[in-house]
Design a protein. Structure first.
Length: 180
């Protein structure tokens, strides 16, 4: 069955079509939730809520983006909402002191593993971690990040720049054992 047909059946509340769509996307969306929540039970709960929300709102899906991208945005938003409820969210920055980030400069020292980068991202302050994760790992642009996190695009760029600098510093410390 084609994706479009499947989605149309879901719009008609066809449970079999919903289950098929769920099975197609549940593993990938679980990985997205785990990157944010780091806890299997929380990720499963948020994933379940995300699919319920998606099926409730599926009539709003207009195929302007892929269904997976539309669903991923719901999952990311639900994760952030979950973290906000747990008071694990970032504080807004005063935009009067903001600088623009150079988004193309993501070079790190040779020999640093992907796992080390992921661990360093996890150690970032919340206000930087989400922007770095959404930009670097999830592939969102600043307009999308500003909508998801309800911050300005300028704040997104600044938090990305500061997060990137803290990430570099953290990786340098991990590599050398001391600050340089």
């Amino acid at each position: 069955m084609f994706q479009i047909e499947l989605i149309e059946k879901c719009k008609l509340n066809d449970r079999k079509a919903q289950l098929t769509l769920y099975r197609q996307y549940c593993d990938g969306m679980f990985c997205v939730a785990m990157r944010f929540l780091k806890n299997t039970e929380d990720a499963e709960d948020v994933l379940q809520e995300s699919f319920i929300r998606a099926f409730q709102k599926i009539h709003q899906y207009r195929a302007e983006v892929s269904f997976g991208a539309w669903l991923k945005r719901i999952v990311v938003n639900r994760c952030i909402d979950f973290l906000k409820v747990k008071h694990e969210y970032y504080l807004s920055l005063d935009e009067g002191y903001m600088q623009l980030a150079d988004e193309n400069d993501w070079e790190i020292e040779e020999g640093i593993s992907v796992e080390e980068v992921k661990q360093a991202i996890e150690s970032l302050p919340e206000k930087y971690k989400y922007v770095v994760m959404l930009y670097l790992i999830e592939g969102y642009d600043h307009k999308e990040i500003s909508e998801i996190l309800k911050i300005s695009e300028t704040a997104s760029r600044t938090q990305l720049m500061r997060g990137k600098n803290k990430l570099r510093e953290s990786l340098k410390i991990r590599r050398n054992g001391t600050r340089s």
